[in-house]
Design a binder for this molecule. Structure first.
Ligand code: C2E
Ligand code: MG
Ligand code: MG
Length: 496
């Protein structure tokens, strides 16, 4: 019996051991299985994440492509897409012997909307213009936003060039209908330049360049005009080339003269300042306007030398006037961006002031509104100019994108309202309202407002009513040679 019991005990013992091992293994197995399950889960998560990641990359890439090819504000094709569409249209037209038109459209006085009503209003207006242009054209046409307020249209298969004129007029009519922006009714006008394939160019680049040249001509003819490209517009660039060469001659200073235009205080009836305006009597082309040659001088850097010549001559002239007892207290000189960027500008200026024995406070530097956008580049220069004691005027105000808020941050003395705005105040209520705003704003900041380009008595009276006291323009005097200014002329000018 005892042997049997021993066997049973041994049997029970081994059975127990067996179950203990079985239990341990099954727990390990269970553990391993749950590990495998969790790894599987992680793998699935990773796969889902990878899928999500790659679709996100796809989405970003598509957005990027879209933002390169389409303008984010208006949703119209961008400049990049325009190039491609032009290439396609040229290829297609070449193959099937078709003609097509390229229209370059510029919105006139768009900047005034930005200045007066703010960028949100400007953006909203651009969006509405885009919709209107698109709805005035066929499905096959392309409207592209080329720059801030410039649009380019491709009109494939027009049949004949005259069709472009008909479409251009339709676009001008559409643009001139009132827009409602921020619950205000706004009126804009546009100008269009037209180039036709293949007569005005056989590739996209030439067609664009020539449509742009035609646009410039259209703009010079006034608002709401269109203009076809003409071959003689190319000769204009030949003239540019010739002027560029002449600018390099050392004899140009004999051909330059400086004219002066008075700025009149209509209350005290005194000339408060004379603005120096450069003239070039070219031996071949006759009198060349500063706007034409100064841009070329800016591009080549020659403006630095010309600018110094102007500053020196003006300071010398001011001294002559003082000895003549002319009641003049200031002269103003236009300064370009390139001059301000020049690291030697301040040094040269103080040298000229010293040389000519001129008080810095008698000199006003006129800097165009457009230049103030680059102020970050020459903030130091501006501070040094103030330190030197010269006065600063913002020129051509109302033509650029500078908002009244931005002006507050500049240390300036004068604000010159651009002639184009002044000439509009008697015919356009918006311009009058904007001028009124500018004047009261400037008065709050204690800037002296000068209205440029005053041509008529009506304009003078309107400005006077709006609180403007200092004026400049043909009504008072054309720009004249310095020797013409005498005491008796001063009286006649101020009585105008
Ligand atoms: P700005 O400084 O705004 O000068 C005013 C322009 O308006 C002058 O043109 C002047 O002759 C013209 N103007 C004056 N009164 C009237 C008017 O009643 N009606 C009209 N329609 N125009 C009037 P200008 O002399 O052709 O000068 C053009 C621009 O060239 C100037 O605009 C100025 O920005 C630039 N400029 C002139 N001289 C110089 C210079 O020495 N250096 C630099 N950097 N720029 C200069
Ligand atoms: Mg000026
Ligand atoms: Mg001006």
């Amino acid at each position: 019996v005892s042997t049997t019991l021993v066997y049973i005990a041994i049997g029970v013992f081994f059975t127990l051991i067996f179950f203990i091992f079985l239990l341990r293994d099954s727990r390990r197995l269970y553990h391993l299985r749950s590990q495998v399950d969790s790894l599987n889960g992680q793998l699935q998560d990773e796969q889902v994440k990878e899928k999500e990641f790659s679709s996100e990359i796809h989405r970003i890439k598509a957005e990027l492509d879209h933002s390169i090819l389409y303008d984010s504000l208006t949703g119209l094709p961008s400049r990049q897409l325009l190039e491609d569409r032009l290439l396609q249209t040229v290829n297609q037209s070449q193959r099937y012997k078709l003609i097509f038109g390229v229209l370059f459209l510029d919105i006139s006085r768009f900047k005034v909307v930005n200045s007066a009503l703010g960028y949100d209003a400007g953006d909203e207006l651009l969006k509405q213009i885009a919709v209107r242009l698109q709805s005035s054209l066929r499905q096959v046409d392309t409207v592209c936003r080329f720059a801030a307020d410039e649009f380019v249209m491709i009109l494939p298969q027009v049949g004949k060039a005259e069709t472009c004129a008909y479409i251009a007029q339709r676009l001008l009519d559409a643009a001139s209908q009132p827009f409602t922006v921020l619950e205000q009714e706004l009126f804009v006008t546009a100008c269009i330049g037209i180039a036709v394939y293949p007569s005005d160019g056989e590739d996209g680049k030439t067609l664009l360049k020539n449509a742009d040249a035609a646009l410039h001509r259209a703009k010079s003819r006034g608002n709401s005009a269109y203009q076809f490209f003409q071959k003689e517009m190319q000769t204009l660039s030949q003239r540019e080339l010739a002027l560029n060469v002449s600018l390099r001659h050392t004899t140009i200073y004999n051909e330059f003269s400086i004219f002066y235009q008075p700025q009149v205080d209509i209350k005290t009836k005194k000339i408060i300042c004379m603005e120096a305006l450069l003239r070039w009597q070219h031996p071949e082309f006759g009198l060349v306007a500063p706007r034409e040659f100064l841009q070329l001088a800016e591009n080549s850097g020659k403006i630095i030398e010309i600018g110094e010549h102007v500053l020196r001559t003006v300071c010398q002239q001011f001294k002559k006037w003082r000895t003549m007892n002319l009641n003049l207290t200031k002269v103003s000189v236009n300064i370009s961006l390139r001059q301000l960027e020049n690291p030697h500008f301040i040094y040269k200026l103080s040298q000229i002031l010293n040389e000519t024995n001129m008080a810095a406070s008698s000199l006003v530097l006129e800097i165009s509104e457009g230049v103030f956008h680059r102020l970050d580049l020459f903030e130091k220069t501006m501070n040094m100019l103030k330190h030197l004691g010269v006065q600063i005027a913002i020129d051509d105000f109302g033509t650029g994108h500078l908002s009244m808020q931005q002006i507050k941050s500049f240390s300036i003395d004068y604000l010159k309202i651009d002639g184009s705005l002044v000439q509009d105040i008697t015919i356009n209520q918006e311009s009058e309202a904007l001028t009124k705003m500018i004047i009261s704003f400037a008065q709050t900041l204690r800037y002296t407002v000068i209205a440029e380009g005053v041509e008529t008595k009506d304009q003078k009276e309107s400005l006077e009513r709006l609180g403007c006291v200092v004026m400049q323009g043909h009504l008072f005097s054309l720009p004249r040679k310095p020797e013409e200014f005498t005491l008796s002329l001063e009286k006649a000018i101020c009585e105008a």
